[in-house]
Ligand binder design. Structure first.
Ligand code: SAM
Length: 246
């Protein structure tokens, strides 16, 4: 059988695209891309001529059998999303699960990812952490959603768009109060990369005053006790999760 390669692409800075990623895309029989036009620009830059097929959230179910058939015939497929790691708030996870079930080898390349990049420079506790991803859009659902995760004794990582950031921070304030440490990481790896660090109230105020644009990651620090680097047992984490997820 063939192999599925998961290939991360830059989240802003082309210099982060690894030589190995270029090689894998070049050598693959097929590239499964979230947006083929977007990926074509990247391919052109490296003179990569590999054929592309679209693979996104709206055709995942119909594409998986097609890709599996190719893989079973021995083809090498490289999957990419528009930016960062496939399968992280992007298509990929279901395809990987299908490959695992079909005993097709899956190889992931390390590479750009907005959440982890923001985490290690945030100044917040880096272990344990939980990656949550996008929040629901409706205010009420957001509150319910957030209250599931905000009490966990760990840093939690969210993705958000600049259009919704102010309202989302209001929701964080409602759920965790004004004093919790929080960081908003903007435009990572790009020219105007910046970190807004402070309490929920401080960051809220800054965002309201400046209305910053660009892509953003929100990192919420843990509630006070875990900030003193308490060693949380797996049991404690699970117990906290159980209390929250009803
Ligand atoms: N797969 C990607 C990854 O590995 O990070 C995430 C894709 S998700 C559709 C896009 C979201 O990731 C954006 O809304 C933003 O929250 C975050 N993001 C992507 N690039 C970013 C950057 N350069 N700076 C800050 N956040 C970024």
């Amino acid at each position: 059988t063939g192999t599925l390669y998961l290939v991360p692409t830059p989240i802003g800075n082309l210099g982060d695209f690894s030589p190995r990623a270029v090689q894998i895309l070049q050598d693959a029989d097929l590239i499964a891309a979230e947006d083929t036009r977007n990926t074509q620009k990247l391919l052109n830059h490296y003179d990569i001529t590999t054929h592309q097929i679209s693979f996104h959230e709206h055709n995942t179910q119909s594409r998986i059998p097609v890709l599996l058939a190719d893989l079973q015939q021995g083809k090498t497929i490289a999957q990419v999303s528009d930016a960062g790691m496939p399968a992280i708030s992007d298509p990929g996870q279901e395809l990987v699960a299908a490959c695992v079930a079909a005993h097709i080898p899956v190889v992931a390349l390390p590479g750009p990812n907005a959440g982890l990049t923001a985490l290690i420079a945030s100044g917040l506790v880096t272990q344990p952490f939980a990656f949550i991803g996008f929040l629901p859009r409706k205010a009420q659902e957001q509150e319910r959603f957030l209250s599931q995760y905000a009490a966990l004794p760990m840093t939690t990582i969210y993705y958000e768009s600049p259009q919704r950031i102010a309202k989302t921070l209001d929701r964080f304030a409602t759920v965790v109060g004004p004093d919790r440490p929080i960081v908003v990481a903007r435009e990572l790896t790009k020219k105007f990369e910046s970190y807004i660090r402070g309490t929920v109230a401080q960051v809220q105020e800054f965002i309201k005053a400046k209305a910053p644009k660009g892509e953003m990651v929100i990192l919420l620090g843990p509630p006070a006790p875990a900030a003193e680097s308490v060693a949380w047992s797996q049991e404690a984490v699970l117990a906290a999760l159980r209390d929250r997820v009803v």
